[in-house]
Design a protein. Structure first.
Length: 149
């Protein structure tokens, strides 16, 4: 009796497939891949600078999350060029913040895909704001092992 009940769903799928025929599958419209992902025009994580004159946020640009900023008295935003998408390096981490003087954005991200978070600084008064990696030691370090006693 259990075998019959287990075959019923399989039989139902086969019957639907046979009765629908090839024309139903051919007529079905494919959904574009971007329909399954977040709104490409979305923006989030707004932060006001410590001096209250600037605003920074994360927004989509060219299909990837990037840091944007502008002066509060301006309408045009500037985009920061980063080596990777501006996403937190681990769950719950902040992606970026302002320096205390409000002249730089500090962005925490995985610089090259090796899952080691790097701190990047962006001079917002520069002609082209580019994220500069502040992580000085770019070489692989050896793990520290305890001495044998």
């Amino acid at each position: 009796m259990r075998l019959r009940h287990g075959l019923l769903p399989l039989l139902a799928v086969v019957l639907v497939t046979i009765t629908a025929g090839p024309s139903a599958a051919e007529d079905a419209q494919l959904l574009p891949l971007k329909a399954f992902f977040a709104n490409p025009d979305a923006s989030w994580d707004y932060r006001v600078s410590p001096d209250g004159t600037r605003l920074a946020w994360i927004a989509m640009n060219g299909g990837r999350a990037t840091v944007h900023f502008r002066r509060l008295d301006e309408t045009t935003a500037r985009t920061v060029e980063t080596p990777r998408e501006a996403r937190p390096p681990w769950p719950g981490a902040d992606t970026f913040g302002w320096s205390r003087d409000g002249k730089r954005l500090l962005v925490l991200m995985d610089g090259n895909g090796d899952e080691n978070a790097h701190l990047f600084a962006v001079d917002i008064d520069a002609a082209e704001p580019i994220a500069r990696d502040l992580y000085a030691a770019r070489r692989r370090t050896r793990p520290v092992r305890p001495r044998a006693r």
